[in-house]
Design a protein around this ligand. Structure first.
Ligand SMILES: Nc1nc2c(c(=O)[nH]1)N[C@H]1C(S)=C(S)[C@@H](COP(=O)(O)OP(=O)(O)OC[C@H]3O[C@@H](n4cnc5c(N)ncnc54)[C@H](O)[C@@H]3O)O[C@H]1N2
Ligand code: MOO
Length: 411
């Protein structure tokens, strides 16, 4: 089995996803889930939409003193005639600035005479404390590019600038097939049995990566059962994720079944520990939703949960990101201090390790953890050799790849 370098595998997976773009649909701003823009998003309206006060105080004309002519509050503007020199209107932050006013004076910079006259109590400021229309966001301005995640902040910005709905990509439909005759799906495993760790992982990770789980099947270690499940689910999914049977043992039927179905292997295995037997293939068949005329993709996760997590990061995540047009899923350099700490763990092959954030004050019990504990990235890091919690995944290059930095996964 030829092994592909981890970053090449990631690139091949992202390319496979990008060539199967999901169609667009309309989404409301409150719709939960990890959604991605199908088109660039522009401001529909100026923010603010009108000349508005930036401070509580008085809208005035001229240098003062001023006579108060009325009041203006957000939603109830001053209705009198335009201010003349010496006029003031009591105004609240966000209210429409009355016509004729040349600035807003914060109340704490004014004094009030016995007859109610307002006068400046300090030197005038340079600032007018007036927000001009479109000063914060100009109508038509680009807010986010296609592929951007519809994050909480972007939803807020979209609403602020006048949107009720936006165009997003349909979330790729993901069919999960968990294989293994030894698996139990509840309780502590009996002798000779193994508790399924991957159904729960995928049910939460897939939506977090921008996909939607449309089915979850449990099949025994039997090529017929696997073939049947694959054929059935491939007809109704954009991505099929299998777990287990990915290696080359007697009970590992995935590759054989794939060949029988005419699947085209894109990534046969990855040079990484854990996760070597992970696999990416293109299935034949009718595209379901992906709007490219291509069939669904198959991501084969190894059965070992640590190896499965590695394959989620290196294959599944970039596939889903590519399908929704997101450029976010990638590997980025660590801080130099962090890089040194992790590089100290380099071995003969690429490794993926987990650096979960540890909220307790307990001292970490590994050298790398100790090196990182000293507030280097703000929180104490806990280092484990096996990437199971996956809060932070760090890719460590082999010792004989000088100059290649350690990389952190951004999902
Ligand atoms: N002769 C070789 N044997 C193995 C190789 C190899 O190169 N040559 N590679 C090893 C590596 S690396 C891995 S990783 C595993 C991957 O194996 P499979 O994907 O074929 O997975 P299984 O054999 O089905 O299971 C492996 C292991 O994981 C347990 N498992 C399976 N599914 C689950 C699940 N859903 N939840 C929890 N645990 C699961 C299963 O019981 C086995 O213990 O192959 C090595 N072998
Ligand atoms: O490397 Mo496996 O991928 O031994 O868990």
């Amino acid at each position: 089995m030829p092994l592909i370098a981890p970053l090449d595998a990631h690139r091949l997976a992202a390319d496979a996803g990008r060539t199967r773009p999901m169609p667009a649909r309309t989404a409301g701003l409150r719709e939960p889930g990890r959604l991605h823009l199908a088109a660039p998003l522009h401001a529909l309206a100026d923010v603010p939409a009108y000349r508005s006060a930036a401070m509580d105080g008085y809208a005035v004309r001229g240098p003062g003193p001023w006579q108060v002519r009325g009041a203006a509050r957000p939603g109830s503007p001053y209705t009198g005639t335009a201010l003349e020199p010496g006029d003031a209107v009591r105004i609240a932050t966000g209210a429409v600035v009355p016509p004729g006013a040349d600035r807003v004076v914060p109340w704490e910079r004014t004094g009030t005479g016995p007859d109610g006259t307002i006068f400046p109590a300090m030197e005038p400021e340079n600032r007018l404390h007036i927000r001009e229309p479109g000063e914060t966001h100009r109508r038509g301005a680009l807010l986010a590019s296609a592929g951007a995640e519809l994050s909480p902040a972007l939803r807020s910005l979209a609403a602020w600038t006048g949107h009720d709905q936006v165009q997003v990509r349909v979330q790729p439909r993901v069919a999960v097939i968990v294989t293994g005759s030894e698996l139990d799906t509840a309780g502590a495993p009996a002798a000779g049995r193994v508790r399924d760790a991957l159904g729960p992982l995928l049910s939460v990770l897939v939506p977090e990566l921008g996909g939607q789980v449309v089915s979850e099947d449990y099949v025994p270690d039997d090529p017929g059962a696997l073939g049947e499940a694959l054929r059935a689910r491939a007809a109704d999914a954009d991505v099929v994720v299998t777990t287990g049977m990915a290696s080359h043992g007697e009970a590992d039927h995935l590759r054989g079944v794939l060949a029988d179905l005419g699947g085209q292997v894109l990534v046969p295995g990855v040079d990484i520990r854990p996760g070597k037997p992970q696999l990416l293939a293109a299935l034949r068949g009718q595209p379901v939703l992906a709007g490219s005329g291509r069939g669904p993709l198959l991501v084969g996760l190894p059965g070992n949960p640590g190896a499965a997590m590695a394959a989620c990061a290196l294959l599944l995540a970039p596939v889903l990101a590519g399908m929704v047009g997101s450029a976010r899923c990638r590997w980025v350099r660590l801080m130099p201090e962090e890089d040194r700490a992790f590089a100290g763990r380099a071995g003969r092959r690429w490794q993926l390790v987990s650096a979960g954030r540890n909220s307790s004050d307990e001292a970490p019990d590994s050298p790398a953890g100790a090196a990182l504990a000293d507030g280097l990235i703000g929180t104490q890091l806990e280092y484990r050799g096996w990437p199971l919690d996956g809060d932070e995944l760090v890719l460590i290059p082999p010792r004989d790849a000088p100059g290649m930095p350690c990389l952190r996964w951004i999902r």
